[in-house]
Write a protein that binds this ligand. Structure first.
Ligand SMILES: *[C@@H]1O[C@H](CO)[C@@H](O)[C@H](O)[C@H]1NC(C)=O
Ligand SMILES: *[C@@H]1O[C@H](CO)[C@@H](O)[C@H](O)[C@H]1NC(C)=O
Ligand SMILES: *[C@@H]1O[C@H](CO)[C@@H](O)[C@H](O)[C@H]1NC(C)=O
Ligand SMILES: *[C@@H]1O[C@H](CO)[C@@H](O)[C@H](O)[C@H]1NC(C)=O
Ligand SMILES: *[C@@H]1O[C@H](CO)[C@@H](O)[C@H](O)[C@H]1NC(C)=O
Ligand SMILES: *[C@@H]1O[C@H](CO)[C@@H](O)[C@H](O)[C@H]1NC(C)=O
Ligand SMILES: *[C@@H]1O[C@H](CO)[C@@H](O)[C@H](O)[C@H]1NC(C)=O
Length: 312
């Protein structure tokens, strides 16, 4: 009798899971996903040929999905301090760029680092967070994948976004408008400016939450990670069920940079000089406009994730 009950419960759970899958029309499913069934995905999830040194390539178990200018590189580097983490070096843009996505999961697998079976593979592409198509595509690859999202004050993010594009132009000897010229249109906040839109976190979060439960998404406080990395990294370790390995002596403050650098078995490394640049000073009235604009979206985001942040 008990066995029968258990059986019925399991069946219910399975049905429930099927019903819970976001409704994808057949056509939609086929057009965005080149693989036919779960068996196919299971077989593709890692290369069943290990190298003589015992390593192989695995599809990511963890994705750092964004946000652009949130501190994704710092997070990836810090996470790599852990011996059970194996990180893809570059941003692969597999899920957000059509040309990459068309190449299929086997191609994606080929881009992954060689790692040992006890390691977790992580890939980061900050553009994933703000893309409309990415959540569904990631879900189709692995519906239980762990997602890391690092966010900072939306206004700081806007200014950092501007600063990066400004320097990219400068390097190519191209001119770029002053920050005020982009932020304002007819003396009002120019909400068409992409950098402002990308800071409307709740819009993008809603899309991710259609596919993934909140418990599988960990939000790293990017402002805190930069000021005091160790406690934040401890929380990330816990979320990922990693043994507590990263410790306070893995970080040292570099006064010249005004930033923490990393110490990994005696090897020191700092983030690239393009990180942590000074942001442009903006006039108080403009800052006021930005604060007003982001007030409601921030509140919506806090409600959505059941967590608050010290944003302006
Ligand atoms: C991997 O290959 C080995 C030996 O060829 C085989 O026994 C094993 O079942 C394969 N594993 C998977 C998951 O395909
Ligand atoms: C193991 O072999 C792979 C493939 O040749 C190589 O890329 C990787 O660096 C090697 N790893 C170690 C730890 O030797
Ligand atoms: C999906 O992600 C989870 C969480 O990281 C991991 O345990 C699982 O092995 C992954 N599945 C595949 C097929 O890679
Ligand atoms: C930009 O201008 C500087 C100074 O005029 C010059 O030395 C440099 O080669 C230029 N760089 C590019 C990418 O054109
Ligand atoms: C911001 O971008 C999103 C997604 O691209 C779009 O749906 C939304 O309408 C935009 N919001 C504003 C205020 O421009
Ligand atoms: C911190 O970790 C390093 C290895 O990354 C180890 O050598 C060191 O002993 C640890 N320090 C403490 C205080 O646990
Ligand atoms: C500190 O940062 C400066 C400036 O980026 C760099 O030149 C120096 O090597 C760093 N020192 C240490 C000990 O990391």
């Amino acid at each position: 009798m008990a066995a029968l009950l258990v059986g019925v419960c399991l069946l219910c759970m399975q049905l429930h899971m099927i019903i819970c899958r976001p409704a994808l029309s057949e056509k939609n499913y086929m057009s965005t996903f080149p693989f036919v069934n779960d068996e196919e995905i299971r077989k593709t999830s890692f290369k069943n040929v290990s190298h003589p040194n015992g390593t192989s390539q695995y599809l990511p178990h963890i994705l750092i999905i964004g946000v652009r200018k949130g501190g994704t590189r710092a997070l990836l580097e810090m996470l790599s301090l852990h011996s059970h983490i194996s990180a893809a070096e570059s941003e692969i843009h597999f899920f957000d760029l059509e040309d990459q996505y068309k190449r299929g999961l086997e191609w994606y697998l080929d881009q992954m680092p060689f790692s040992y079976p006890h390691q977790l593979t992580v890939e980061k592409t900050p553009a994933y967070f703000t893309s409309d198509v990415v959540p569904e595509r990631v879900y189709n690859m692995n519906s239980t994948i762990r997602l890391l999202l690092i966010l900072r004050d939306p206004i700081e993010r806007v200014l950092s976004d501007y600063t990066q594009v400004f320097y990219n132009h400068k390097q190519k000897n191209k001119s770029y408008p002053a920050v005020e010229d982009l932020l304002l249109k007819n003396d009002e906040l120019n909400t068409d400016y992409k950098a402002i839109n990308r800071s409307l976190y709740h819009i993008f979060m809603e899309n991710w939450l259609k596919y993934f439960p909140l418990k599988n998404i960990y939000i790293v406080d990017g402002d805190r990670l930069i000021k005091d990395p160790f406690p934040e990294m401890q929380k990330v370790e816990r979320f990922l069920n990693l043994s507590p390995q990263i410790n306070v002596s893995n970080f040292y403050f570099n006064k010249t940079k005004g930033f923490y650098c990393l110490r990994d078995s005696g090897r020191d490394r700092c983030l690239h000089e393009s990180k942590g640049r000074a942001h442009p000073q903006i006039k108080p009235f403009l800052l006021g406009k930005l604060r007003d604009y982001f007030h409601e979206p921030n509140k919506k985001f806090f409600e959505l994730v059941g967590q608050t942040f010290d944003w302006l």
